[in-house]
Design a protein around this ligand. Sequence first.
Ligand code: CDP
Ligand code: CDP
Length: 204
Amino acid sequence: MTGAFTIAIDGPAAAGKGTISRAVAERLGLPHLDTGLLYRAVGARVIGGQDPVAAARTLDASELNEAALRTGPVAEAASRVAVMAEVRDALTEFQRAFARRPGGAVLDGRDIGTVICPEAEVKLYVTASPECRAERRFLELRARGAEVTEEGVLADVRARDQRDSARAVAPLKPAEDAVRIDTTALGIDEAIEAAMAAIASRWG
Ligand code: CDP
Ligand code: CDP
C-alpha cells in the first residue's frame, strides 16, 4: 500500500467513528483528525459568551483539549454552531490541509466524505441504532463523572442527529460511494476489523 491516502469516516453521534478512526490511523501509520473537536471547541467558546463566527475564525489547534470538550452541553453547543455556514467555512481550510498531508490522513466527522474531502480514496459511513449509541455515550459520560440518565442522553443524541441531518449546509448523510458499517451488534475489535476489511477492499 503506497501513495497518499485519505480515509473519510462519517456518521452520527457515538457510532464508533473516533474509536475506529484512531485504530485505523494507528495501524496504517496515518495522522488522525477528529473534526468534531473543532466544532466542540467553537461550542465551548460560545458557552463562554463569544460570537460563534469570531470563535471559529480565531480557533487555535491547542484548544482541542479532548477531555474538556467531551461534555453533553458542549456537544449540544457544537451542533448548534455547526448549522452556521460561516462557522463551517472558517473551519474548512484547516480540515482540507490536514486531509492533503503527504502520505495521507484519517478524518472523522459528519461531512468529510461529502464536503471536506469528496476525493478521499476510502469513505466509511459508521452507524448504529440510536438506543445503542445513547447507551454507549451514557456509559462514557457516567465514567467521566457526569450526572446523566439514559433517557436524557438518548433524547440529546436524537436531537443532535436531527439537527445534524436536517441542516441546510453540509448535512449528515452518507457519501454515495461510502461503505456502510453498522456497529450495533459489533464489539470494538469487530468494528475495527470491519473497517480494515472495507479499507483493504477499496485500497486493493
Ligand atoms: O466518535 P463517535 O462519537 O462516533 O464514537 P466513539 O467515541 O468512537 O464511541 C462511543 C463509545 O462507544 C466509546 O465509549 C466506545 O468505546 C464505544 N464503542 C463500543 O462500545 N462499541 C463499538 N463497536 C464502538 C464504540
Ligand atoms: O463524538 P460525537 O459523534 O458525539 O460528536 P462530534 O463528532 O464530536 O461532533 C459534535 C458536533 O459537531 C456534531 O453533533 C455536529 O453537529 C458537529 N460536527 C459537524 O457538523 N461536522 C463535522 N465534520 C464534525 C462535527
